[in-house]
Design a protein around this ligand. Structure first.
Ligand code: NAD
Length: 479
């Protein structure tokens, strides 16, 4: 049984059948989950125009009224949480408890953002002149295009939509073609409330077509994108023509540094959590470990035991799992290629290292690679799967230098009981986030922002909200 979905444009589901449809496949068993439209250029234009028409009236509403709509959407999500979580598991492959967390977090994120309605602030500046007041106003940017990845597809809708709408923008969302069904279910929930037409629009399609059209669209004022570095570059290039603003949340290669005095059980558990959550397909997942020589064997033994005990399978049919499949066949082949290359470069596969022997689905064995060196591809490029490469180091300074020597700069973590060492690491690490003695997973009130090729701008909390506004300074001469 699969569902055929239709775009949501200007407050209505499109009744025209698209000429080209995209199949959405369950990565655990390769069955068809849904079909979505590959939107025509005319459909994308209609969505942008609807957002553009709706924006001035939406911006005129008091923020507290815009916030009420976010709360209504959150309530609808909670009403339908079981259905939404099961669908996310089917189309994306994450285990059901994680899909349930994603749905609950999405509703909470909408409510959290709504709380900012009475806290959006401008500034009053000191004037150089007699009888003048200077005000700095913060205003919405206009029409936002949200281009989404597949790894936390439902949450990413809220991460784009909630701050955009609260601050008076309208939005066109393009979900990933791998995991769009949950976004269409989101649109059905929005259709049940009285959100003004055009404030939220959803168009399906591939990146090279619909994503590219949105990024280059003259009436899109901000493209907020989460996905790979390569796509981020394409979006920025497409946006350049109109000098459209971009906010890019891109890939990561998060280092975890384990010092000799660390609680090794805690470190092994936290790094395991950070490597197998969502089958290793998270931008802030631990992607490489630097462990001090004295405890390297003891730590490796513990993490290998944990990785070996990882239960994986089809999350729609099996319970008690730690992880599901990878997103598609290409991911299995890509990750297997990374492991083979690491072996030829001198790594030793201490665990796993192959596609899982299962009749169906895109499963990969939990894998640990020892004897890794900084010049190996597996230590430098994002894996995005359950593969953990470990390199032995001789000091904190060496670990920090290797951690920083990366094109990525999103997330980092440190395991130590020494407060001085932790703070030295914090000051030396050039990353947008640092986790001390815990797994990597950000909070909605934080600020998720990458350095270097991990992105431009950021999301969440106060600083994420202000990324959806621009300033106007008013010089008022009154005497
Ligand atoms: P992706 O870049 O392949 O695709 C993301 C989206 O971009 C999809 O909707 C796709 O259709 C669209 N797209 C593709 N080509 C396009 C183009 N030319 N123009 C416009 N849009 C285009 O990424 P993915 O595989 O869906 O996601 C995995 C990547 O996302 C990983 O690198 C991961 O680290 C990153 N990610 C980052 C964060 C973060 O917050 N920094 C969060 C989640 C995922």
């Amino acid at each position: 049984m699969h569902t055929n979905y239709q775009n949501y444009i200007d407050g209505q589901f499109d009744t025209n059948q698209a000429e080209v449809l995209i199949d959405v496949i369950n990565p655990a068993d390769e069955t068809l989950v849904a079909r979505i439209p590959e939107s025509s250029r005319a459909a994308v234009d209609a969505a942008v125009e609807a957002a553009r028409r709706a924006q001035p009236a939406w911006a005129r509403l008091p923020a507290i009224q815009r916030a009420d709509y976010l709360r209504k959407i959150a309530a609808k999500i909670r009403e339908h949480k079981a259905h939404l979580a099961a669908l996310i598991t089917r189309e994306q492959g994450k285990i059901l408890p994680l899909a349930e967390v994603e749905v609950a977090f999405t509703a909470d994120y909408l409510d959290y953002t709504a709380e900012w309605a009475r806290r959006l602030e401008g500034e009053v500046l000191t004037s150089d002149r007699v009888g003048e007041s200077i005000f700095l106003l913060r205003k919405p940017i206009g029409v936002v295009a949200g281009v989404l990845p597949w790894n936390f597809p439902f949450f990413l809708i809220a991460r784009k939509l909630a701050p955009a709408l609260l601050t008076g923008n309208t939005i066109v969302i393009k979900p990933s073609e791998e995991t769009p069904a949950n976004a269409y279910e989101f649109a059905k929930l929005v259709a049940e409330i009285d959100l003004p037409a055009g404030v939220f629009n959803l168009v399906g399609g591939r990146g090279a077509t619909v994503g590219a059209q949105l990024s280059a669209h003259e009436h899109v004022n901000l493209v907020t994108f989460t996905g790979s570095v390569a796509t981020g570059r394409r979006i920025m290039a497409a946006a350049a023509n109109n000098l459209t603003r971009v906010n890019l949340e891109l890939g990561g290669k998060a280092p975890a540094i384990v010092l000799a005095d660390a609680d090794l059980d805690l470190a092994a558990k936290a790094i395991w959590d950070s490597r197998i959550i969502n089958t290793g397909q998270v931008c802030n997942c631990t992607e490489r470990v630097y462990v001090e020589r004295g405890i390297a064997d003891a730590f490796s033994e513990k993490i290998i035991a944990r990785m070996a005990a990882t239960r994986y399978g089809d999350p729609s049919r099996e319970t008690g799992l730690d992880m599901g499949p990878l997103i598609n066949r290409a991911a299995v082949d890509r990750i297997d290629g990374i492991v083979r290359k690491a072996e030829t470069q001198g790594a030793r596969t201490a665990l796993g290292g192959h596609p899982a022997a299962r009749a169906r689905g895109y499963h990969y064995e939990p894998t640990v690679l020892l004897n890794c060196r900084h010049d190996m591809d597996v230590m430098r490029h994002e894996v995005f799967g359950p593969v953990l490469p470990i390199q032995v180091v001789d000091s904190l300074d060496e670990a920090v230098a290797l951690a920083n020597d990366s094109e990525y700069g999103l997330t980092s973590s440190v395991f130590t009981r020494d407060l001085n060492a932790a703070m030295r690491a914090v000051h030396a690490l050039a990353f947008g986030e640092t986790y001390i003695n815990r797994e990597s997973f950000e909070a909605m009130q934080g600020f998720h922002a990458g350095r270097r090729h991990s992105g431009i701008g950021g999301a969440d909390g106060k600083h994420g909200l202000y990324a959806f506004m621009e300033t106007q300074v008013v010089y008022l001469q009154h005497d």
